[in-house]
Ligand binder design. Structure first.
Ligand code: ADP
Length: 317
């Protein structure tokens, strides 16, 4: 039975090195914030399970086999009639990435609270909810809330990343959805400063943390891109700088990699600041390569980089 569960949507990705109008070859992959997080936690050794739906189109086995090959339990991914979400990434201009989504009506967006198995959720250590899961449909939003309620009542830690996407819904809707969930949330993993400003109208990481603590979250980590993370938690508050690498290739999924490693650290009983250090190293190593999942580092690489980083910090202290 998995320690870390995550609820949301994973889509099929097609990547082109050129604008879609010119591209002849596209590379297939899969990604989605809820799944990327599990891939990162599983890479570090956590047992993980995905809560979602998968459609019976020609991508079904590709997705299920791919998730399983990452070590993710798919026993509670409901197999349904319908299609899976697809998105295209293309490169234009000076390496800018363009995202085109075919997601409306996807199988995961038809999730309902009846999909949930309370016994499966109750045995986990952490249930993670993504704001994107709340955004994709009213029934997925209801499913996210129902899952958080089940977990909260069973004393399973509930984690939440708002991951606000203005293309999916308005800031007002996203804020209302966040606020209905937050009374059940123990760990909040927002981003700043733009996301916190757009969603909550708050500027500083401390203001964002205070606002989220006000709903009951005992740990808040505000992800600040190249500035690292601000941790506000029982057992440790402070800023952890980013783990910088010489060549940044692709920051897509950096926040998910952080979240997965951070939750893995907490499940290993690390204090929040230590778990955040693990998270920034995971995310820093990820941005060296393309793709949310393909560029995740191996566990041994993360451990070696973390040890070297800590030795350097000790020497400079
Ligand atoms: P999100 O993707 O959720 O918006 P961020 O952009 O804040 O999240 O990135 C999450 C984490 O990934 C950051 O806190 C940082 O540790 C790491 N990260 C992001 N961009 C870089 C970068 N250019 N170099 C090194 N680490 C990075």
């Amino acid at each position: 039975m998995p320690d870390i569960l995550s609820l949301g949507e994973c889509m099929v990705e097609f990547f082109a090195e050129e604008p879609l109008a010119e591209a002849k070859n596209l590379q297939k992959a899969f990604a989605g914030d809820a799944l990327n997080l599990l891939a990162a936690a599983s890479r570090l050794g956590s047992t993980c399970g995905f809560l979602s739906r998968v459609g019976d189109d020609p991508f079904q086995n590709y997705l299920l086999n791919g998730w399983e090959s990452l070590g993710i339990d798919t026993s509670h991914v409901k197999r349904v009639q319908g299609r899976n979400g697809i998105y295209f990434i293309s490169i234009y201009g000076y390496g800018e990435r363009d995202f085109t989504y075919y997601r409306a009506g996807s199988a995961p967006s038809t999730m309902t609270p009846e999909d949930l198995d309370p016994d499966y959720i109750a045995q986990a250590r952490v249930l993670h909810i993504s704001g994107i899961a709340q955004a994709i449909s009213a029934s997925a939003r209801a499913t996210a809330l129902a899952a958080a309620r089940i977990a909260h009542e069973a004393h399973v830690c509930v984690s939440f990343d708002p991951n606000f996407r203005p293309a999916l819904w308005s800031a007002e809707e996203a804020r209302a959805a966040a606020e209905e969930l937050l009374p059940h949330v123990d760990i909040a993993l927002p981003s700043g400063p733009e996301e916190s400003q757009q969603l909550f109208g708050l500027t500083t990481p401390q203001e964002t943390a205070d606002y989220l603590h006000g709903f009951g979250a005992y740990a808040v980590v505000v992800k600040l891109g190249e500035a690292g993370v601000y941790v506000s938690a029982e057992g440790g508050t402070g800023t952890v700088p980013a783990f910088t690498v010489p060549h940044v290739v692709d920051t897509t999924g950096a926040g998910d990699a952080f979240d997965g490693a951070f939750l893995h650290g907490l499940v290993q009983n690390m204090p929040p600041l230590d778990a955040a250090r693990l998270g920034v190293v995971m995310a820093g190593l990820k941005v060296r390569g393309r793709g949310a999942i393909a560029s995740l580092p191996e566990k041994s690489e993360v451990e070696a980089a973390l040890a070297a980083w800590e030795r350097k910090s000790d020497m400079l202290a």
